[in-house]
Write a protein that binds this ligand. Sequence first.
Ligand code: ZN
Length: 604
Amino acid sequence: MSYQALYRVWRPQRFDDLVGQQVVTRTLKNAIITNQISHAYLFAGPRGTGKTSAAKIFAKAVNCHHAKDGEPCNECAICKAITNGQLNDVIEIDAASNNGVEEIRDIRDKAKYAPTQADYKVYIIDEVHMLSTGAFNALLKTLEEPPANVIFILATTEPHKIPLTIISRVQRFDFRRISAQDAFDRMKYILDQKQVDYDEKALWVIANAAEGGMRDALSILDQVLSFSDNEVKLDDALLVTGSVTKQLLKKYFLEVCEHEGATALDTMKDILGEGKDGQRFIEDQISFIRDVLLYQESPSLINVESTGLKEEDFQELTKAATAETLYQMIDELNNIQEEMRFTTHPDVYLEVLTIKLAQIQQHHQPEAGAPSPVADETVEKLQQEIQQLQQTVKQLQANPRPQARPATAPPRQANEQPRVQQRKVHVNINKVYPVLENATRQDLVNVRDLWGDMLNMLSVPQRSLLHVSEPVAASAVGIIVAFNYPFLFQQAADDTTLLDNMENALQRLTGNERQVVFVPKDKWPQIRQDFIKDHGFGKHGPKVADQPVKQAPVADSASAPASPEQAPQPPLPDEPAAPQSAVDDPVATAQKLFGSDVVKVEDN
Ligand SMILES: [Zn+2]
């Protein structure tokens, strides 16, 4: 017997076998039990999450005469014929290959005829978003006058590409990404049934690499099994997934936190030995530290299972370094990442990086006993000075050309602040202002409405990066997106692919070409205030003369989760300003002016 892929052999045959889609399966089973069957369904969700499996189970359940609790029996002739794809009344169409109008017209003509063997004729149209406009129109006509005893199940990974006229005529079900835990459990179950030995760590590596797709997880598992027929080994799993093991990243992280530079260098070489290039190593390390930082902030900010680490790992990791140290580490990583773009010797940079990371001083040990307030203050000052010195040293190391300094440059004063910023955060005001000049609340509301759809069009890492961001202002020409954490802002702002993808997605959703501009959330109130001042809403009154009607920049950060990085918010434009400040403070006055969607600016 030839080998059959795991995902085929273990394709779910009952709703209860579908992994990670409890909400969807419960609703579908209830519909069958109570006989409230709709004539058209849309199954939307990422690839490999069980959409077509669910469609086939549904086709069986509505036609099986021995169905129990909404589940098909899988034993009767009808069930077996559907499982084997041999029942003429259940028609599977791949829109990716049958996207012509003719094929859909064909459906229209044939759908009129009653089912021959089963109670219901079921059309399963996979990748339905691939249909041409003409084909969608033909499908729409059928959905508008649905023939009796015909059910359409449309499956898609890209629901936003389906015309609203179709969407409004179907019952929509959203299939979620499979959690790493669910993928892990399912693989464990299958391997136990097959009596194959496995290393649980290998299963976690596979579960994480599959990024939410059960079919992908089983395909990777297949490949790993091909190395050794009756065993799933960690090394093989790593080889197949090509992923740096999180445990190695953890080891490296803990070593640099313990200032064990030499050991960390060895670990780094082990990680690179896994076949990673230097850039990927840095990206992995940044996202690793980001997870630690978020967990430290609040464990609810991350999905621990999806990181490939355990709760205990995070408890250990968060104790190893303060937030301040973590931020410094990310700064170092960002700097080296930048420098490495132009080098042919990344190894040297990674070695320097490792030593630098291992030299970062811990500033406030969270576990330390509470010192007296006075001592604390003195220590803090001293620590600041040490920090400044360290940064000056770093700066010198980065630019080892003291003699090249022009003679006219004033010598650095002893008490002068080093110019290197703790966290380099650069906001491009030239891009922010044009958006604010024409921003309206309606634009912001519109953008927020389709934010989820836009996120669905991005990759998993991109989406997770945007998880801590939100649109705060929008106009016809652009959108301003604020990030909760400065280092995430920096990471996003450096990522031109992310910007491109977001702009493309938004254009596809709205038909408008809009520029996406990122800002750190803690700087946003200041940026907004500066804009109001710069645009003449201060003491001298509005200076916009030739635009009698001006739309107000509308911004909102009320829904932002609390963050330690967040500065106190000034009154929001749409909140009533405090009475006394409205009288004295030109900015508050301007904010009052901005209080309605359209502000009339008198020319005086
Ligand atoms: Zn049956």
